[in-house]
Design a protein around this ligand. Structure first.
Ligand code: CTP
Ligand code: MG
Length: 245
């Protein structure tokens, strides 16, 4: 039983607003994609299973930058490969999945933007798939009260439709883990539906749910928070940079 991972790094990072694509922006001493790759490759499942094939999606114009960044990653005997991503995250994951062999039975999908997810979290997801779940996502309890709103009224604001019971909510992270065949089928079905950023799936578990497959949540972690804005980078420097701890 072997594990492969698709590491999505093909986004532009428009909300970060850096000259470089987000995945190659250095934070806490290394590009985000390097931190994420190291955690994936360091993880060991309870049965010692580990990632043997890491596929990184890169922006078409920045493949060379991603390749160069990954030279700093100690891969051991794992195979590390860079493929060109697509217009949406969903298309990028599909491009990564396409080069994973059918000898692999578990596929992880992880965002370079969640660069500080720990090997422990990666292992927890692998173990839950091994334990028999077809699809596994890490989730954190939601701390804010969440309200569903209706259509905006001009510039004024939005009417509240309802307050969503918070105890039932989980904010979902990556890495997400899947039986390979389940994820491949869900992506094939999703590709037929999806178009642009607005209609593409924002996570892989969503595609699997649409295919009628049960998805399981394991405990997430704050370290796996997504780096989206300059503020997130500043926080990550404080938590993980040279003056942290
Ligand atoms: N991603 C990708 N291919 C795309 C879009 C996104 O591989 N076409 C990856 C990003 O590199 C990132 C992850 O998906 O690691 C999550 O996306 P997000 O945080 O939205 O990153 P960006 O799309 O780069 O940022 P933004 O939306 O601010 O432009
Ligand atoms: Mg994006």
């Amino acid at each position: 039983m072997s594990v492969a991972a698709v590491l999505t790094a093909a986004g532009s990072g428009s909300r970060l607003g850096h000259a470089l694509p987000k995945a190659v922006v250095p934070v806490a001493g290394a590009p985000l994609v390097v931190h994420a790759a190291r955690a994936l490759l360091a993880a060991r499942g309870a049965d010692a299973s580990r990632v043997v094939h890491l596929v990184v999606t890169a922006p078409a114009q920045h493949r060379a930058d991603v390749l160069r960044a990954l030279e700093a990653v100690e891969a051991g005997d794992a195979r590390v490969e860079v493929v060109t991503g697509g217009r949406t995250r969903q298309e990028s994951v599909a491009a990564g999945l396409a080069v994973i062999g059918d000898d692999v039975d578990v596929v992880l999908v992880h965002d370079a933007a969640r660069a500080f997810a720990t090997p422990d979290l990666v292992a927890r997801v692998i173990d839950a798939v091994r334990a028999g779940h077809d699809a596994v996502v890490p989730g954190l309890a939601v701390v804010d009260t969440v309200k569903r709103v209706g259509e905006p009224r001009g510039e004024e604001g939005w009417p509240v439709v309802e307050t969503v019971p918070r105890a039932q909510l989980r904010a979902v992270q990556t890495p997400q883990g899947f039986r390979r065949d389940v994820l491949v089928r869900a992506h094939a079905a999703g590709a037929a539906r999806a178009g642009d950023e607005a209609t593409a799936a924002s996570d892989d578990a969503g595609l699997v749910e649409d295919a009628g497959v049960a998805v399981w949540v394991v405990a997430g972690e704050e370290a796996a928070a997504k780096i989206t804005t300059p503020r997130d980078v500043a926080v990550a420097e404080l938590l993980h940079g040279p003056r942290s701890g």
